[in-house]
Design a protein around this ligand. Structure first.
Ligand SMILES: [Zn+2]
Length: 298
């Protein structure tokens, strides 16, 4: 009687090749699956599903215990928001003040050099004060808060928090965004009751907030209940979008908040087609065309 392993041992050369190839394919499949599941810019989405009002707040269990909330109680927010750092010279009208001129760099809509974006801030997140109204349409209300890392600088100047929050709001409430698709409407708030946080932070802090996902100082993520956007990408853009920083930011917000709404990663459906917004477009378009919107025809 031959041992059970005999057939393997007696494989022909062709058989061995087939077996090897099969093993390689299996490894690739498993590897791809693992990579997809643990991808830095998109871990497994929260349990909340669009259209289920009860699902959002209670069941979205942050894997980071509301780091953002803990670090950014509203009472911590200075009156002028993150852009009002007195050391940063955010006040307008000081045209000859080098600090003020540098502060204007954060208002750019063309990419800056990566080296212009601070590698680290203080690690403390500050809510942009004020509210931003939802649009006049049907849909489940989803509140979000914009948090900016204190001490985050671009070209040595502070970040204009109000402008940044307006940009995020414009993206979230645009007709081409998630609202129409998912039956939601977004309201900007500045308190810890927000359903989801949109964080803009320096690379070092992003790595901390995204852990255990590996963002490597370069990528963004969705983790817990926070869309954590890497300031390096927000201000320097990504190769896949070239100089079109406005479109790239639209992608970044739409993609990461898409995870909050329960959307998972997608693949490019075919060469030359618009990339679905849940394709990891920072990494590669994989033959697709850049597309920043969930609902381009909206
Ligand atoms: Zn993702």
């Amino acid at each position: 009687m031959l041992p059970a392993t005999a057939p393997t041992l007696r494989l022909t050369r062709r058989g061995r090749l087939v077996a090897s190839a099969t093993a390689v394919v299996l490894l690739l499949l498993v590897g791809g699956w693992v990579a997809g599941r643990s991808s830095p810019d998109g871990p497994a989405p929260p349990q909340g599903t669009a259209g289920d009002p009860a699902a959002i707040s209670p069941t979205v269990q942050p894997r980071i215990p509301r780091i953002a909330a803990a670090d950014a109680a509203p009472e911590d927010a200075p009156a002028g928001g993150a852009g009002s750092d007195p050391a940063g010279g955010a006040e307008s009208g000081a045209g000859s003040d080098p600090a003020a001129a540098a502060g204007a760099a954060s208002n750019t809509t063309v990419p800056v050099a990566e080296s212009e974006v601070a590698q680290a801030g203080t690690g403390r997140l500050v809510a942009v004060p004020g509210t931003r109204s939802e649009t006049d349409q049907a849909g489940r209300l989803v509140s979000y808060r914009v948090l900016i890392e204190e001490g985050l600088t671009v070209a040595g100047g502070p970040v204009d928090g109000a402008l940044l929050a307006e940009t995020v709001h414009g993206i979230l409430t645009a007709p081409q965004g998630w609202q129409g698709l998912d039956g939601v409407r977004f309201r900007g708030v500045d308190g810890p009751q927000a359903d989801v946080d949109v964080v803009i932070a320096a690379p070092n802090t992003v790595d901390r907030l995204c852990a255990p996902l590996g963002t490597g100082g370069q990528l963004s993520c969705f983790n817990g209940s926070a869309a954590v956007l890497n300031a390096r990408r927000w201000f320097a853009g990504a190769a896949t979008y070239g100089q079109d920083l406005v479109a790239y930011r639209t992608y970044l917000v739409s993609h990461e908040v898409g995870h909050y709404l329960g959307h998972q990663h997608q693949d490019c459906p075919g060469q030359g087609l618009p990339a679905p917004v849940m394709v990891q477009q920072t990494k590669s378009l994989d033959g697709c065309l850049a597309n920043p919107w969930p609902n381009p025809a909206g």
